[in-house]
Design a protein. Sequence first.
Length: 201
Amino acid sequence: MTRLLLIRHAEPDEDARGRCYGRLDVGLSPTGLASAERLAESLRRVDVDAVYVSPRLRAVQTAAALGATRIVDDRLRELDFGQLEGRTYDEIERAQPEFFRRWMETPTLVRFPGGESYAELRERVVAAVSDIVAANTDRTVALVSHGGVIRAALAVALGLPDDRAFALDVGYARISLVDWFDETPVIRLVNGVSADVPVDL
């Protein structure tokens, strides 16, 4: 068995809020830094063997205090919003109302100009999770990443269609837990806190 702790990064800097910031290298806010420290402290009771992390600063900062060996995996980066990176949702709605409408109504069906679609995100996330599980039999590993990545990983593990991925709540600095028995996932926790994580495999 491999135990995966899927951890979303803590709260980002205020400048990112209300904007598309998948590819942008946004750091954590002061509140986010404090919650990342609390998360790490509360997880000290869990024997984490390795931490796989997105290359984005907000994920790296969240993972920094966890203590285990950190491995950066580019496949764990957030969705690339392409030409929309850094723009506010209000700006996008005004400039591209038809695209914005389709995005809001069917978020997993649009492809961002110069960026990615949800299907492309899901494909790389599935490959990353598969490789991480295969390399970590009988170990507990943390995967520190982003909301879109964690939703995709959970949706695939649960066998949900793409359009149900956004029904999963994934808050800042929250933990989801999946135990993989060979290729069979068992979801033990979604959007929880460290106190909900079992200590032993």
